[in-house]
Ligand binder design. Structure first.
Ligand code: ASP
Ligand code: MG
Length: 470
Protein backbone atom coordinates (compact mmCIF):
# COMPACT_ATOMS: atom_id res chain seq x y z
CA UNK A 1 0.00 0.00 0.00
CA UNK A 2 1.19 3.47 -0.92
CA UNK A 3 0.06 6.75 0.64
CA UNK A 4 0.62 9.52 -1.89
CA UNK A 5 0.21 13.23 -1.46
CA UNK A 6 -0.21 15.80 -4.20
CA UNK A 7 0.88 19.34 -3.37
CA UNK A 8 -0.78 22.57 -4.50
CA UNK A 9 0.95 22.90 -7.87
CA UNK A 10 0.34 19.21 -8.61
CA UNK A 11 -3.42 19.94 -8.40
CA UNK A 12 -3.11 23.55 -9.56
CA UNK A 13 -5.49 23.26 -12.53
CA UNK A 14 -7.47 20.72 -14.55
CA UNK A 15 -4.46 19.62 -16.54
CA UNK A 16 -2.30 19.09 -13.44
CA UNK A 17 -5.09 17.12 -11.76
CA UNK A 18 -5.34 14.91 -14.86
CA UNK A 19 -1.67 14.10 -14.56
CA UNK A 20 -2.09 13.34 -10.86
CA UNK A 21 -5.06 11.07 -11.63
CA UNK A 22 -2.95 9.21 -14.24
CA UNK A 23 -0.30 8.66 -11.59
CA UNK A 24 -2.83 7.26 -9.12
CA UNK A 25 -4.27 4.91 -11.73
CA UNK A 26 -0.84 3.66 -12.73
CA UNK A 27 0.15 3.09 -9.11
CA UNK A 28 -3.09 1.23 -8.44
CA UNK A 29 -2.11 -1.16 -11.24
CA UNK A 30 1.44 -1.57 -9.96
CA UNK A 31 0.88 -1.67 -6.21
CA UNK A 32 -2.77 -2.55 -5.61
CA UNK A 33 -3.76 -0.05 -2.96
CA UNK A 34 -3.35 3.70 -2.85
CA UNK A 35 -4.46 6.27 -0.31
CA UNK A 36 -4.47 9.75 -1.85
CA UNK A 37 -3.91 12.95 0.14
CA UNK A 38 -4.55 16.28 -1.58
CA UNK A 39 -3.58 19.87 -0.89
CA UNK A 40 -5.71 22.79 -1.96
CA UNK A 41 -5.02 24.17 -5.45
CA UNK A 42 -1.88 26.33 -5.34
CA UNK A 43 -2.56 29.73 -3.83
CA UNK A 44 -6.06 28.85 -2.60
CA UNK A 45 -5.19 28.66 1.09
CA UNK A 46 -3.54 32.08 0.82
CA UNK A 47 -6.60 33.52 -0.92
CA UNK A 48 -8.95 32.11 1.72
CA UNK A 49 -6.88 33.37 4.63
CA UNK A 50 -6.25 36.82 3.24
CA UNK A 51 -9.96 37.29 2.47
CA UNK A 52 -10.80 36.34 6.06
CA UNK A 53 -8.14 38.73 7.37
CA UNK A 54 -9.51 41.63 5.33
CA UNK A 55 -13.04 40.82 6.51
CA UNK A 56 -11.78 41.23 10.08
CA UNK A 57 -10.32 44.59 9.05
CA UNK A 58 -13.75 45.79 7.93
CA UNK A 59 -13.57 44.93 4.23
CA UNK A 60 -16.91 43.51 3.08
CA UNK A 61 -15.89 43.23 -0.58
CA UNK A 62 -12.67 41.20 -0.67
CA UNK A 63 -14.23 37.92 0.44
CA UNK A 64 -17.05 38.25 -2.11
CA UNK A 65 -14.52 38.72 -4.86
CA UNK A 66 -12.45 35.85 -3.52
CA UNK A 67 -15.52 33.65 -3.68
CA UNK A 68 -16.09 34.35 -7.36
CA UNK A 69 -12.45 33.93 -8.17
CA UNK A 70 -12.35 30.56 -6.35
CA UNK A 71 -15.60 29.48 -7.90
CA UNK A 72 -14.26 30.21 -11.39
CA UNK A 73 -11.02 28.42 -10.84
CA UNK A 74 -12.61 25.25 -9.48
CA UNK A 75 -15.36 25.28 -12.12
CA UNK A 76 -12.76 25.50 -14.84
CA UNK A 77 -11.02 22.42 -13.46
CA UNK A 78 -14.27 20.48 -13.07
CA UNK A 79 -15.22 21.29 -16.67
CA UNK A 80 -11.95 19.75 -17.83
CA UNK A 81 -12.16 16.73 -15.56
CA UNK A 82 -15.74 15.54 -15.32
CA UNK A 83 -17.21 14.44 -18.62
CA UNK A 84 -20.65 13.33 -17.44
CA UNK A 85 -22.79 16.45 -17.31
CA UNK A 86 -25.17 15.58 -14.52
CA UNK A 87 -22.32 14.40 -12.30
CA UNK A 88 -20.44 17.60 -13.03
CA UNK A 89 -23.39 19.84 -12.16
CA UNK A 90 -23.96 17.97 -8.94
CA UNK A 91 -20.31 18.33 -7.97
CA UNK A 92 -20.33 22.02 -8.84
CA UNK A 93 -23.32 22.42 -6.57
CA UNK A 94 -21.38 20.79 -3.72
CA UNK A 95 -18.41 23.09 -4.29
CA UNK A 96 -20.70 26.14 -4.35
CA UNK A 97 -22.08 25.04 -0.99
CA UNK A 98 -18.59 25.03 0.48
CA UNK A 99 -17.99 28.48 -1.01
CA UNK A 100 -21.25 29.75 0.47
CA UNK A 101 -20.00 28.40 3.75
CA UNK A 102 -16.83 30.46 3.18
CA UNK A 103 -18.83 33.61 2.48
CA UNK A 104 -20.95 33.10 5.59
CA UNK A 105 -17.90 32.56 7.75
CA UNK A 106 -16.31 35.73 6.37
CA UNK A 107 -19.55 37.64 6.86
CA UNK A 108 -19.52 36.79 10.57
CA UNK A 109 -15.82 37.62 10.82
CA UNK A 110 -16.65 40.96 9.21
CA UNK A 111 -19.47 41.65 11.66
CA UNK A 112 -17.40 40.63 14.68
CA UNK A 113 -14.38 42.54 13.38
CA UNK A 114 -12.24 39.70 14.68
CA UNK A 115 -10.59 36.65 13.20
CA UNK A 116 -9.98 33.98 15.84
CA UNK A 117 -7.55 31.11 15.37
CA UNK A 118 -10.52 28.77 15.33
CA UNK A 119 -12.30 30.81 12.66
CA UNK A 120 -9.13 30.98 10.63
CA UNK A 121 -8.85 27.16 10.60
CA UNK A 122 -12.48 26.79 9.56
CA UNK A 123 -11.84 29.09 6.58
CA UNK A 124 -8.43 27.61 5.68
CA UNK A 125 -9.87 24.08 5.61
CA UNK A 126 -12.09 24.81 2.62
CA UNK A 127 -9.40 24.58 -0.07
CA UNK A 128 -8.60 20.95 0.75
CA UNK A 129 -12.27 20.10 1.22
CA UNK A 130 -13.02 21.30 -2.30
CA UNK A 131 -10.04 19.54 -3.82
CA UNK A 132 -10.70 16.12 -2.21
CA UNK A 133 -14.19 16.09 -3.74
CA UNK A 134 -12.98 17.15 -7.15
CA UNK A 135 -10.08 14.70 -7.18
CA UNK A 136 -12.27 11.75 -6.13
CA UNK A 137 -14.81 12.67 -8.82
CA UNK A 138 -12.02 12.89 -11.41
CA UNK A 139 -10.91 9.36 -10.48
CA UNK A 140 -14.49 8.10 -10.79
CA UNK A 141 -14.73 9.83 -14.15
CA UNK A 142 -11.88 7.58 -15.25
CA UNK A 143 -13.72 4.49 -14.10
CA UNK A 144 -12.02 4.01 -10.72
CA UNK A 145 -13.89 3.60 -7.48
CA UNK A 146 -12.95 6.51 -5.22
CA UNK A 147 -14.42 8.61 -2.44
CA UNK A 148 -13.51 11.87 -0.72
CA UNK A 149 -12.66 11.48 2.98
CA UNK A 150 -12.69 14.42 5.38
CA UNK A 151 -9.60 14.21 7.56
CA UNK A 152 -11.71 15.78 10.31
CA UNK A 153 -13.22 12.28 10.65
CA UNK A 154 -9.92 10.48 11.05
CA UNK A 155 -7.15 12.75 12.33
CA UNK A 156 -7.70 13.81 15.93
CA UNK A 157 -5.57 16.65 17.29
CA UNK A 158 -5.22 18.88 20.32
CA UNK A 159 -6.89 22.29 20.15
CA UNK A 160 -3.80 24.22 19.11
CA UNK A 161 -5.38 25.99 16.13
CA UNK A 162 -3.05 26.87 13.28
CA UNK A 163 -0.55 24.12 14.07
CA UNK A 164 -2.34 21.35 15.91
CA UNK A 165 -0.58 18.19 17.07
CA UNK A 166 -2.13 14.80 16.27
CA UNK A 167 -3.09 12.47 19.12
CA UNK A 168 -1.65 9.39 17.50
CA UNK A 169 -3.45 6.62 19.43
CA UNK A 170 -6.98 7.84 18.79
CA UNK A 171 -5.99 8.84 15.28
CA UNK A 172 -4.64 5.38 14.49
CA UNK A 173 -7.91 3.78 15.56
CA UNK A 174 -10.02 6.22 13.58
CA UNK A 175 -7.85 5.95 10.47
CA UNK A 176 -7.93 2.18 10.49
CA UNK A 177 -11.67 2.02 11.18
CA UNK A 178 -12.42 4.43 8.37
CA UNK A 179 -9.86 3.77 5.67
CA UNK A 180 -9.20 0.02 5.80
CA UNK A 181 -12.80 -0.99 4.91
CA UNK A 182 -12.69 1.33 1.90
CA UNK A 183 -9.45 -0.21 0.68
CA UNK A 184 -10.82 -3.71 1.27
CA UNK A 185 -13.76 -2.90 -0.99
CA UNK A 186 -11.44 -1.60 -3.71
CA UNK A 187 -12.36 2.05 -3.13
CA UNK A 188 -9.53 4.60 -3.24
CA UNK A 189 -9.84 7.14 -0.42
CA UNK A 190 -8.98 10.73 -1.33
CA UNK A 191 -8.23 12.44 1.97
CA UNK A 192 -8.10 16.19 2.61
CA UNK A 193 -4.55 17.18 3.56
CA UNK A 194 -3.70 19.83 6.14
CA UNK A 195 -6.93 19.63 8.17
CA UNK A 196 -8.02 17.65 11.20
CA UNK A 197 -10.36 18.05 14.18
CA UNK A 198 -10.31 17.99 17.96
CA UNK A 199 -12.02 15.22 19.93
CA UNK A 200 -15.05 17.51 20.08
CA UNK A 201 -15.09 17.74 16.30
CA UNK A 202 -13.83 21.31 15.95
CA UNK A 203 -11.81 21.78 12.74
CA UNK A 204 -8.09 22.38 13.21
CA UNK A 205 -5.14 22.64 10.81
CA UNK A 206 -1.69 21.09 11.04
CA UNK A 207 0.27 24.21 10.04
CA UNK A 208 1.06 25.68 6.63
CA UNK A 209 2.27 23.06 4.22
CA UNK A 210 0.60 20.52 6.53
CA UNK A 211 -0.51 18.10 3.82
CA UNK A 212 2.87 16.39 4.03
CA UNK A 213 2.16 15.85 7.69
CA UNK A 214 -1.24 14.34 6.83
CA UNK A 215 0.44 11.89 4.46
CA UNK A 216 3.02 10.85 7.06
CA UNK A 217 0.33 10.43 9.73
CA UNK A 218 -1.80 8.23 7.45
CA UNK A 219 1.24 6.26 6.31
CA UNK A 220 2.19 5.57 9.93
CA UNK A 221 -1.37 4.68 11.02
CA UNK A 222 -1.90 2.35 8.05
CA UNK A 223 1.64 0.97 8.12
CA UNK A 224 1.96 1.71 4.40
CA UNK A 225 4.94 0.44 2.43
CA UNK A 226 6.00 3.93 1.45
CA UNK A 227 4.79 7.52 1.52
CA UNK A 228 5.15 9.38 -1.77
CA UNK A 229 5.17 13.15 -1.86
CA UNK A 230 4.37 14.44 -5.34
CA UNK A 231 5.56 17.96 -5.92
CA UNK A 232 7.01 20.14 -8.69
CA UNK A 233 10.72 19.30 -8.37
CA UNK A 234 12.63 16.09 -9.12
CA UNK A 235 13.50 15.49 -5.47
CA UNK A 236 16.12 16.74 -3.08
CA UNK A 237 19.04 18.32 -4.89
CA UNK A 238 22.72 18.72 -4.05
CA UNK A 239 22.19 22.51 -4.16
CA UNK A 240 19.69 25.07 -5.36
CA UNK A 241 19.81 24.72 -9.18
CA UNK A 242 19.30 28.47 -9.56
CA UNK A 243 22.64 28.94 -7.80
CA UNK A 244 24.45 25.87 -9.09
CA UNK A 245 23.22 24.97 -12.58
CA UNK A 246 24.93 21.56 -12.46
CA UNK A 247 23.22 20.57 -9.20
CA UNK A 248 21.78 17.03 -9.24
CA UNK A 249 18.97 15.13 -7.63
CA UNK A 250 20.10 12.85 -4.80
CA UNK A 251 18.80 9.30 -5.19
CA UNK A 252 18.80 8.51 -1.45
CA UNK A 253 19.25 10.43 1.77
CA UNK A 254 18.63 9.62 5.42
CA UNK A 255 15.90 11.13 7.59
CA UNK A 256 18.62 12.97 9.51
CA UNK A 257 20.13 14.45 6.36
CA UNK A 258 16.68 15.52 5.18
CA UNK A 259 16.13 17.28 8.49
CA UNK A 260 19.46 19.14 8.28
CA UNK A 261 18.85 20.18 4.69
CA UNK A 262 15.33 21.42 5.31
CA UNK A 263 16.37 23.46 8.34
CA UNK A 264 18.57 25.49 6.07
CA UNK A 265 15.93 26.15 3.50
CA UNK A 266 16.34 23.40 0.90
CA UNK A 267 13.07 22.25 -0.67
CA UNK A 268 12.82 19.19 1.56
CA UNK A 269 10.08 17.96 3.86
CA UNK A 270 9.93 19.67 7.23
CA UNK A 271 11.28 17.31 9.95
CA UNK A 272 8.16 17.68 12.09
CA UNK A 273 5.89 16.69 9.25
CA UNK A 274 7.70 13.45 8.52
CA UNK A 275 8.16 12.40 12.13
CA UNK A 276 5.25 9.92 12.20
CA UNK A 277 6.76 8.10 9.21
CA UNK A 278 10.29 8.29 10.65
CA UNK A 279 9.14 6.73 13.92
CA UNK A 280 7.74 3.73 12.05
CA UNK A 281 10.69 3.56 9.68
CA UNK A 282 8.44 4.10 6.65
CA UNK A 283 10.41 5.29 3.60
CA UNK A 284 9.38 8.53 1.95
CA UNK A 285 9.87 9.42 -1.67
CA UNK A 286 9.85 12.89 -3.21
CA UNK A 287 8.63 12.81 -6.80
CA UNK A 288 7.76 15.27 -9.55
CA UNK A 289 4.22 15.19 -11.01
CA UNK A 290 5.54 17.10 -14.01
CA UNK A 291 8.28 14.52 -14.62
CA UNK A 292 6.81 11.29 -13.21
CA UNK A 293 9.34 8.92 -14.77
CA UNK A 294 12.16 10.48 -12.74
CA UNK A 295 12.89 8.22 -9.72
CA UNK A 296 13.07 11.22 -7.32
CA UNK A 297 14.69 11.02 -3.90
CA UNK A 298 14.13 8.23 -1.41
CA UNK A 299 14.35 9.22 2.27
CA UNK A 300 15.06 6.30 4.60
CA UNK A 301 16.60 5.51 7.99
CA UNK A 302 19.71 3.90 6.54
CA UNK A 303 20.46 4.88 2.96
CA UNK A 304 22.64 2.54 0.96
CA UNK A 305 26.30 3.46 1.47
CA UNK A 306 27.30 6.29 -0.78
CA UNK A 307 30.69 7.55 -1.76
CA UNK A 308 29.39 11.02 -1.13
CA UNK A 309 30.48 12.33 2.25
CA UNK A 310 28.87 15.66 1.52
CA UNK A 311 25.41 15.32 0.04
CA UNK A 312 24.04 18.78 -0.13
CA UNK A 313 24.82 22.45 0.32
CA UNK A 314 22.13 24.88 1.34
CA UNK A 315 22.10 28.50 2.29
CA UNK A 316 19.89 31.23 3.66
CA UNK A 317 20.40 34.95 3.37
CA UNK A 318 18.80 38.03 4.86
CA UNK A 319 20.43 37.31 8.21
CA UNK A 320 22.30 39.21 10.91
CA UNK A 321 25.08 38.05 13.15
CA UNK A 322 24.77 39.37 16.69
CA UNK A 323 27.80 39.45 18.94
CA UNK A 324 27.87 39.92 22.70
CA UNK A 325 31.45 40.55 23.72
CA UNK A 326 33.36 41.46 26.85
CA UNK A 327 36.40 40.29 28.77
CA UNK A 328 34.31 40.29 31.95
CA UNK A 329 32.29 37.34 30.64
CA UNK A 330 35.19 34.94 31.11
CA UNK A 331 34.20 32.15 33.48
CA UNK A 332 30.94 33.79 34.54
CA UNK A 333 28.20 31.16 34.38
CA UNK A 334 24.79 32.02 33.05
CA UNK A 335 25.70 34.60 30.42
CA UNK A 336 24.71 32.37 27.49
CA UNK A 337 21.47 31.43 29.24
CA UNK A 338 20.59 35.09 29.70
CA UNK A 339 21.49 35.97 26.11
CA UNK A 340 19.23 33.31 24.68
CA UNK A 341 16.44 33.88 27.19
CA UNK A 342 16.31 37.55 26.23
CA UNK A 343 16.10 36.65 22.55
CA UNK A 344 13.57 33.87 23.10
CA UNK A 345 11.30 36.15 25.10
CA UNK A 346 11.03 38.31 22.01
CA UNK A 347 9.93 35.25 20.05
CA UNK A 348 13.03 35.45 17.84
CA UNK A 349 14.44 32.19 16.60
CA UNK A 350 18.16 31.56 16.47
CA UNK A 351 19.59 29.80 13.42
CA UNK A 352 23.18 29.24 14.47
CA UNK A 353 25.31 29.78 17.57
CA UNK A 354 29.01 29.93 18.13
CA UNK A 355 31.13 30.73 21.15
CA UNK A 356 34.88 30.63 21.21
CA UNK A 357 36.45 28.79 24.10
CA UNK A 358 38.01 31.98 25.41
CA UNK A 359 34.41 32.84 26.32
CA UNK A 360 34.99 36.44 25.40
CA UNK A 361 32.20 36.54 22.92
CA UNK A 362 29.01 34.75 22.04
CA UNK A 363 27.66 35.18 18.56
CA UNK A 364 24.52 33.95 16.94
CA UNK A 365 22.54 34.42 13.77
CA UNK A 366 18.96 35.60 13.44
CA UNK A 367 16.79 36.94 10.63
CA UNK A 368 17.60 40.51 9.82
CA UNK A 369 14.07 41.81 10.41
CA UNK A 370 14.36 40.90 14.11
CA UNK A 371 17.67 42.61 14.69
CA UNK A 372 16.45 45.79 16.36
CA UNK A 373 14.22 43.95 18.78
CA UNK A 374 17.03 41.55 19.62
CA UNK A 375 19.53 44.32 20.32
CA UNK A 376 17.07 46.19 22.49
CA UNK A 377 16.21 43.09 24.49
CA UNK A 378 19.90 42.29 25.01
CA UNK A 379 20.80 45.83 25.99
CA UNK A 380 18.13 45.84 28.62
CA UNK A 381 19.00 42.35 29.88
CA UNK A 382 22.68 43.33 30.26
CA UNK A 383 22.19 46.92 31.38
CA UNK A 384 24.18 46.43 34.54
CA UNK A 385 27.01 44.49 32.89
CA UNK A 386 27.27 47.13 30.17
CA UNK A 387 27.51 49.87 32.79
CA UNK A 388 30.18 47.93 34.69
CA UNK A 389 32.05 47.09 31.47
CA UNK A 390 31.74 43.34 32.08
CA UNK A 391 30.07 43.30 28.70
CA UNK A 392 31.82 45.73 26.37
CA UNK A 393 29.65 45.67 23.33
CA UNK A 394 26.53 44.15 21.82
CA UNK A 395 26.39 44.64 18.09
CA UNK A 396 25.05 43.28 14.86
CA UNK A 397 26.55 42.64 11.46
CA UNK A 398 23.82 42.76 8.81
CA UNK A 399 23.58 41.23 5.33
CA UNK A 400 25.15 37.91 6.14
CA UNK A 401 24.24 34.40 5.00
CA UNK A 402 24.58 30.93 6.51
CA UNK A 403 25.86 28.13 4.35
CA UNK A 404 25.34 24.59 5.58
CA UNK A 405 27.27 21.63 4.19
CA UNK A 406 25.34 18.46 5.01
CA UNK A 407 26.05 14.73 4.84
CA UNK A 408 26.00 11.78 7.25
CA UNK A 409 29.25 10.50 5.70
CA UNK A 410 31.07 13.50 7.16
CA UNK A 411 30.85 11.88 10.56
CA UNK A 412 34.27 10.66 11.54
CA UNK A 413 35.77 11.42 8.12
CA UNK A 414 38.75 13.71 8.60
CA UNK A 415 39.52 16.45 6.14
CA UNK A 416 36.01 17.55 5.21
CA UNK A 417 36.21 20.88 6.99
CA UNK A 418 39.67 21.43 5.51
CA UNK A 419 38.27 20.81 2.05
CA UNK A 420 35.31 23.14 2.58
CA UNK A 421 37.35 25.99 3.97
CA UNK A 422 40.27 25.32 1.62
CA UNK A 423 37.95 25.79 -1.36
CA UNK A 424 36.79 29.13 0.02
CA UNK A 425 40.30 30.26 0.93
CA UNK A 426 41.54 29.45 -2.56
CA UNK A 427 38.93 31.80 -3.99
CA UNK A 428 39.42 34.52 -1.43
CA UNK A 429 36.09 34.16 0.34
CA UNK A 430 36.11 35.35 3.92
CA UNK A 431 34.43 33.27 6.63
CA UNK A 432 32.90 35.24 9.46
CA UNK A 433 31.87 32.52 11.92
CA UNK A 434 31.77 28.71 12.03
CA UNK A 435 29.72 26.05 13.82
CA UNK A 436 29.59 22.27 13.68
CA UNK A 437 27.07 20.24 15.64
CA UNK A 438 28.45 17.18 17.39
CA UNK A 439 26.27 14.98 15.18
CA UNK A 440 28.88 15.90 12.55
CA UNK A 441 26.16 15.85 9.91
CA UNK A 442 26.46 19.52 9.25
CA UNK A 443 29.15 22.18 9.05
CA UNK A 444 27.62 25.65 9.04
CA UNK A 445 29.34 28.95 8.59
CA UNK A 446 28.55 32.58 8.03
CA UNK A 447 29.72 34.62 5.05
CA UNK A 448 28.90 37.99 3.66
CA UNK A 449 25.67 37.81 1.68
CA UNK A 450 27.50 38.91 -1.45
CA UNK A 451 29.77 35.88 -1.28
CA UNK A 452 27.03 33.36 -0.68
CA UNK A 453 26.31 32.12 -4.20
CA UNK A 454 29.90 31.79 -5.29
CA UNK A 455 30.78 30.05 -2.01
CA UNK A 456 28.08 27.43 -2.65
CA UNK A 457 29.37 26.91 -6.20
CA UNK A 458 33.00 26.53 -5.11
CA UNK A 459 32.13 23.92 -2.50
CA UNK A 460 29.90 22.07 -4.96
CA UNK A 461 32.86 21.95 -7.38
CA UNK A 462 35.36 20.95 -4.71
CA UNK A 463 33.32 17.88 -3.74
CA UNK A 464 32.44 17.15 -7.37
CA UNK A 465 28.79 16.85 -6.47
CA UNK A 466 27.79 17.22 -10.10
CA UNK A 467 29.27 13.80 -10.85
CA UNK A 468 26.62 11.86 -9.04
CA UNK A 469 26.74 8.71 -6.97
CA UNK A 470 27.92 5.48 -8.52
N1 ASP B 1 -2.94 24.12 1.56
C1 ASP B 1 -2.14 24.19 2.72
C2 ASP B 1 -1.12 25.31 2.59
O1 ASP B 1 -1.05 25.95 1.55
C3 ASP B 1 -1.49 22.89 3.06
C4 ASP B 1 -0.54 22.35 2.02
O2 ASP B 1 -0.55 22.80 0.88
O3 ASP B 1 0.21 21.43 2.37
O4 ASP B 1 -0.41 25.56 3.52
MG1 MG C 1 0.03 24.58 -0.45
Amino acid sequence: MIVMKFGGTSVGDGEAIKRAVDIVIKTLKDKGQVVVVVSAMSGVTDTLLSAAASAAQGDAEAFRQARWHLSDRHRQAMTELISHEETRLQLMEEIEQLLTNFENLCQSIYILGELTARGSDAVASLGERMMARIFAAALRDRGERATAVEATEVIVTNGHHGSATPLMDVTREAVQAHILPLLAEGVTPVVTGFIAATKEGVTTTLGRGGSDYTAAILGACLDSDEVWIWTDVDGVMTADPRVVPEARTLSQISYAEAAELSFFGAKVLHPKTILPAVEQGIPLRILNTFNPSHPGTLIVAEPKPSELTVKGITSIKGLSLITVEGRGMLGVPGIAARVFTAVAQEGISVLMISQSSSEQNICFVIRQEAVERALKALESAFELELARRNVDRIWAQDNVAIIAVVGAGMKGTPGIAAKVFGALGKHGINIISIAQGSSEYNISFVVDEEDMESAVRYIHQEFELERGEC
